[in-house]
Design a protein around this ligand. Structure first.
Ligand code: ZN
Length: 297
């Protein structure tokens, strides 16, 4: 076992390559008497291959993003479990790109190639569905399936009462803050999900990226994480001291702070996150779209 891996009762925390940073994550391996499960198989091909030889009966996904499914095909023989709401992008690569909101043909071609070559994307026709709030008995290990939409519509977190361990998925408490840039992401639901996770009576927390395992309550990290949403919003409002076009707002890099490489990816990310905020600000009545300019009300 890797130094940063941990055995927590029947739960094995599997530390990911590159510190669990994109395009990797941290995975969990659950060893129940009735079933052995890998959650989000994208940590490391080597470690997952080893787990496969130990025995894996099912693969569960917290959501459909590529940095959580990367190595799932090595478990091709196992049933795949996911929320029904997040299954469509796994059925078809065009749906996958649509859900990210990638429209431009050049970008679609780039991502199609990347998804197939780096992430081994293969369309799936069938999956089993994890139901919201169901309790699953794996044999000596119980799992509560917690719907935590916002990041994606079918994002799931998992609470293990025996181990008092909460798997947060991509509500990862990083300093960058939450992602809600996809077509079906929602800022409001993200806020609700962060608050819901914060209230779960856990003793250990596992996030999909970066730090990964928290053995003490993340404490103020919860609020810091949520507050990043409001800070982004505030920056946009402050920048709208006079009406501005979307292109003008994007040129200020209010989310990422400065232009980053690879340019195509970060320009896209800045755009979708800003657009999500602008929509939300309009909905809250804090700004209006006047012609092609956004203005404070
Ligand atoms: Zn994600």
């Amino acid at each position: 076992m890797d130094m940063q891996d941990r055995q927590l009762g029947r739960i094995h925390f599997v530390y990911g390559e590159n510190g669990g940073k994109y395009p990797f994550n941290h995975s969990l391996y659950l060893k129940g008497d009735k079933a052995r499960v890998v959650i989000d198989p994208a940590c490391s091909l080597e470690k997952l291959t080893k787990l496969k030889s130990e025995g894996v009966d099912a693969v569960w996904l917290s959501h459909w993003h590529e940095d959580h499914i990367r190595y799932m095909n090595i478990f091709e023989a196992c049933p795949l479990w996911i929320s029904e709401r997040d299954f469509p992008p796994l059925r078809n690569l065009d749906i996958f790109l649509d859900w990210y909101g990638i429209e431009e043909q050049g970008a679609r071609n780039y991502w199609k190639k990347e998804m197939i070559e780096t992430f081994d994307y293969r369309p799936r026709q069938t999956a089993c569905f994890l139901r919201d709030d169901e309790m699953i008995d794996l044999g000596g290990l119980t799992v509560c399936v917690l719907p935590t939409p916002g990041h994606t519509p079918g994002h799931l977190s998992f609470f293990f009462p025996e181990e008092e361990l909460l798997f947060l998925g991509d509500y990862d408490l990083t300093t960058f803050g939450p992602w809600y840039g996809d077509l079906y992401s929602s800022i409001e639901e993200t806020i609700q999900s962060i608050r819901k996770l914060k209230a779960v009576p856990a003793r250990r927390w596992v996030a999909s990226h970066n730090t990964g395992l928290f053995e003490e309550n993340p404490g103020r990290l919860w609020d810091d994480y949520e507050n990043i949403i409001y800070r982004r919003e505030e920056k946009i409002l402050n920048y709208l001291d006079e009406p501005k076009t979307l292109e003008k707002i994007l040129s200020a890099w209010l989310i990422y702070g400065r232009p980053r490489e690879p340019k195509e990816m970060y320009e896209f990310n800045e755009r979708v996150l800003i657009c999500k905020h602008l929509k939300y600000l309009i909905k809250q009545g804090k700004i209006i779209l006047d012609g092609n300019r956004y203005a404070k009300t």
